[in-house]
Design a protein. Structure first.
Length: 437
């Protein structure tokens, strides 16, 4: 097996497979201490990285340009590495089933170029058992090598929070697990070189896989509770955020808030766990109930917008509704699994004219992924309603007066603030009907 001293002395290389939100920051951090290869199947992505451009904005331009990384789209380059880290996406399909194709394809490429003595580590979020039961057979088949004799595997779940400049790779405790004690110790040494918050050694790969998948399942369920409470309180004509502010004065009250739950983690990971559970004959109830609630929020917000318009005697078939924000969360350009599209789709089904703006999203990607034509901010005019879907900082910098100017008739307009960016009182002077989740 490859030794730590061979890596730290740069006699041998570390390869990172998949250079997205997880892989790129990892490769950049490792490049400060190790010889690093960065592999991705996207020629466009590699070309941009070679120019020092990170479209995900997870790595600062100066930091990327200083990083010594051998970027490539040629899988043969993986043969030059003895520690290979797989950090590809693990999405779900249209039927909400795990789509392991990216991690399977990555395993094929790694296996075809795997050298004796290598260690392969997976960071992709999966259900327990994928690394050893799904990936190892592929690596063995493609390489002709035997796991545990010729190469070894490990798992270290990613904990990247896109757009978060405080909780970063270096400041979050890193969980590592190898198929044996020696592999675990190697991973602890390697990751410990860059992660200053500490290393947690899990007892097995399956424990580490399970830990990752429940981290986001727990968040998903807590947010689902807040969303359900928001729907109940709305029927009671009670402001949810005021309730949460009052309840939050108790020392052990958890500070979760209602909202859209999308992205490539919280809105996806629970389905990996429930898929495996159902394959074993257990039918989860609480987890899937939370998923149903969170998946319904976009539709709920759209229907609430329509109802508020009707209260204002607006002709629905002629109404213009602006939507601010399309990415799955604030201050990031990531459009994957954004639930804002649920709002847009539902509004469109009511024959409303929907105009969408997002300062961070790539217009080409928005068109390709969702068929949404992003407009310039100054094109959002003569609105009857405005949905503040994603609290980007640029939107928070706007005042109530700025938003009122977007309406055809502010005193007959509807403003829906999904994340509660503003306070209701700010809009009273403008006559806008203000509602928040």
């Amino acid at each position: 097996m490859i030794r730590f001293d061979e890596l730290i002395s740069k006699q041998e290389s570390i390869a990172v497979v998949g250079l997205g939100y997880v892989g790129l920051p990892l490769a950049v951090a490792f490049s400060k201490y190790f010889k690093v290869i960065g592999f991705d199947i996207s020629e466009e992505r590699i070309a941009a990285l070679k120019k020092g451009v990170d479209n995900t904005k997870e790595v600062e331009p100066d930091e990327l340009k200083k990083a010594s990384i051998n970027f490539s789209t040629d899988p043969k380059i993986l043969g030059a590495a003895k520690l290979i880290i797989v950090a590809v996406p693990t999405p779900i399909d249209t039927y909400r089933r795990p789509n392991l194709r990216p991690v399977i394809n990555a395993s094929i490429s790694v296996g075809q170029n795997l050298q004796p003595g290598s260690v392969v580590v997976y960071e992709s979020t999966v259900y327990p058992g994928v690394t050893e039961d799904e990936c190892v057979p592929i690596l063995e088949r493609e390489s002709g090598l035997k796991c545990g004799r010729d190469f070894w595997v490990g798992y270290s779940p990613e904990r990247i929070n896109p757009g978060d400049k405080v909780h970063t790779l270096e400041t979050i405790v890193k969980v590592v697990a190898g198929q044996d004690k020696e592999t675990t110790e190697l991973l602890a040494q390697v990751y410990g070189q860059v992660v200053k918050a500490g290393i947690h050694k899990a007892s097995s790969i399956k424990v580490a896989e399970a830990a990752k998948v429940i981290e986001n399942t727990q968040r998903d369920l807590n947010i689902a509770l807040m969303n359900e409470l928001a729907m109940i309180f709305d029927l009671m004509d009670i402001d949810t955020l005021e309730v949460l502010e009052a309840a939050g004065t108790k020392w052990n009250f958890l500070p979760f808030r209602p909202g859209l739950v999308g992205g490539h983690c919280i809105g996806v990971d629970p389905y990996y766990l429930t898929f495996k559970a159902e394959a074993l004959g257990y039918h989860p109830q609480v987890i899937l109930a939370g998923r149903r609630i969170n998946d319904s929020v976009g539709k709920y917000v759209a229907e609430k917008t329509v109802k508020e318009l009707i209260k204002r005697n607006c002709l629905i078939g002629h109404a213009r509704v602006g939507v601010l924000g399309l990415t799955f969360k604030e201050n990031v350009p990531d459009l994957r699994n954004s639930k804002v599209i649920d709002i847009i789709t539902e509004l469109s089904e009511y024959c409303l004219q929907v105009l969408v703006h997002d300062p961070l999203a790539d217009p080409k990607e928005a068109e390709k992924e969702y068929g949404v034509n992003l407009l310039a901010f100054d094109q959002l005019t003569d609105l009857d309603a405005l949905v503040l879907a994603v609290p980007h900082q640029s939107y928070k910098n706007l005042s109530a007066a700025d938003l009122a100017k977007l309406f055809k008739n502010p005193r007959n307009g509807v403003l829906v603030d999904v994340k509660g960016m503003f306070k209701p009182d700010e809009f009273n002077a403008h006559g806008l009907s203000y509602w928040r989740l």
